[in-house]
Design a binder for this molecule. Structure first.
Ligand code: PBG
Length: 336
C-alpha cells in the first residue's frame, strides 16, 4: 500500500478519517453494514402450463415461468443462500371474476406452485401474497360495492379464506398486501383455527399507493383491467406518522414481521419503523425500482452490479432485516 509521503504542509490533524479507508483490508475491517444472501427474498411470477417461459418487457431479466421451471429457479436461489421466495401467480383471464373466488380455491395455480416448490426444495422459505388483485376482473385488491369502492370487511372475509388455502398448501409466511383494515388479526385467527399456528405473517404494513408498481402489474397482467388507482386503501406518499400507526396496528394484530413498500423513496419510513418498534422489518425494492436500474444499465449509463449492490446496502443501513428484490439472484451470485 502506498505510504503517504511526509507532507510539506504544516497541517497537523490528529483525526484523519481517511486512515481507515487506506486499503481494502482496512475498509473491510471497519465495514458497518454487510449484505448477505440470507437477507434476500426473491419475488417470482408463476404461469400455468409446462415448460412455459415469458419475458416481462418492463422488467428486463425477469421471466414468468411455469411451475416446473420455477422449481429450477428456486433450487438455484437456495444453493446461493437466498432465504425465501415470494410467489405471485399470473392468473388466466378466464379464472378472474368480480368476487375473486379463484383466490381461495385449494387447487389454484398459487397453491399448486406452493406445494410443488415445497416438495422440491423443502428448506426454502415460501412467502405467499394475500390480496385479490390477481383474481379480480377489475384488478383491485378487494371486492367492489356498486359505486366501485373497495369494501373492507367483505374483502377481509375472502382474504382469510385465501390465506388458509395457501398455508394448507405449504406456505411458510402469509404476506397480506391488500391494506384492508383488520386483516392481520382476521388472518391470524383463521390460520390458527385451521391449525396453522406456525405459519408466520409478514404484513405489508406501510404500503403506499405508488406509481412504482407499474411493471409488476404488467407482469401479473392486472394493469389493463385496473380502473382508477388504489388510493382508498394504499397510503398517501406524503405521510409518515400514519405509517407508524399502520405498523403499530399490524404488530398488535399479530404480524410477525412488517414491511415497507416501495423501498428507495421510503427509506425514512423504514428507519422510523425500525427505530420505533424494533420488530423484524422488511422493505420491498419494487418492480419500478428494478426497472429503473435495468433501463439505465441496459443503456450503458449505470453499472448494474455496482448500483444494485449500493442500493441493497442502503436498505440494510436504513434498518431492513431483509429485502424483497428482483435483484436477489444477481446479488447472491455477486456475493458468492
Ligand atoms: C398486489 C401487489 C402489488 C405488488 C405486490 N403485491 C401491486 C399493487 O399493489 O398494485 C407490487 C410489487 C412490485 O411492484 O414489485 N397487491
Amino acid at each position: 500500500m502506498a505510504q503517504e509521503r511526509s507532507s510539506s504542509s504544516n497541517l497537523f490533524l490528529n483525526k484523519r478519517m481517511r486512515r481507515l479507508r487506506h486499503s481494502q483490508w482496512m475498509r473491510d475491517l471497519v465495514t458497518e453494514t454487510r449484505l448477505n444472501p440470507a437477507d434476500l427474498i426473491w419475488p417470482l411470477f408463476v404461469l400455468e402450463g409446462e415448460k412455459q417461459k415469458e419475458d416481462v418487457s418492463s422488467m428486463p431479466g425477469v421471466q414468468r415461468t411455469s411451475i416446473d421451471l420455477l422449481i429450477e429457479k428456486v433450487k438455484e436461489a437456495r444453493d446461493l443462500g437466498i432465504s425465501a421466495v415470494a410467489l405471485f401467480p399470473v392468473v388466466d383471464q378466464s379464472s378472474k371474476s368480480e368476487n375473486a373466488q379463484e383466490s381461495y380455491s385449494p387447487d389454484n395455480l398459487m397453491c399448486r406452485a406452493i406445494a410443488a416448490v415445497k416438495a422440491a426444495v423443502p428448506d426454502m422459505g415460501i412467502i405467499a401474497d394475500v390480496a385479490l388483485d390477481p383474481y379480480t376482473s377489475h384488478g383491485h385488491d378487494g371486492l367492489l360495492d356498486s359505486d366501485g369502492y373497495v369494501m373492507n370487511d367483505e374483502t377481509v372475509e375472502v382474504l382469510m379464506r385465501q390465506a388458509v388455502v395457501q398455508a394448507s398448501a405449504g406456505a411458510d409466511i402469509i404476506a397480506p398486501s391488500d391494506m384492508m383494515d383488520g386483516r392481520v388479526e382476521a388472518i391470524r385467527g383463521a390460520l390458527d383455527t385451521n391449525g396453522n399456528m406456525n405459519t408466520a405473517i409478514m404484513s405489508y404494513a406501510a404500503k403506499y399507493a405508488s406509481a412504482f408498481y407499474g411493471p409488476f402489474r404488467d407482469a401479473v397482467g392486472s394493469s389493463s383491467a385496473l380502473k382508477g388507482d388504489k388510493k382508498t386503501y394504499q397510503m398517501n406518499s406524503a405521510n409518515k406518522r400514519e405509517a407508524l400507526h399502520e405498523v403499530a396496528l399490524d404488530i398488535e394484530e399479530g404480524a410477525d414481521m412488517v414491511m415497507v413498500k416501495p423501498g428507495l423513496a421510503y427509506l425514512d419510513i423504514v428507519k422510523a419503523v425500525k427505530d420505533e418498534f424494533q420488530w423484524p422489518t422488511f422493505a420491498y425494492h419494487v418492480s419500478g425500482e428494478y426497472a429503473m436500474l435495468k433501463a439505465a444499465s441496459d443503456n450503458g449509463w449505470l453499472d448494474y452490479d455496482a448500483v444494485m449492490f449500493e442500493t441493497l446496502l442502503g436498505f440494510k443501513r436504513a434498518g431492513c432485516d431483509g429485502i424483497l428484490t428482483y435483484c436477489a439472484l444477481d446479488a447472491a451470485k455477486l456475493l458468492k
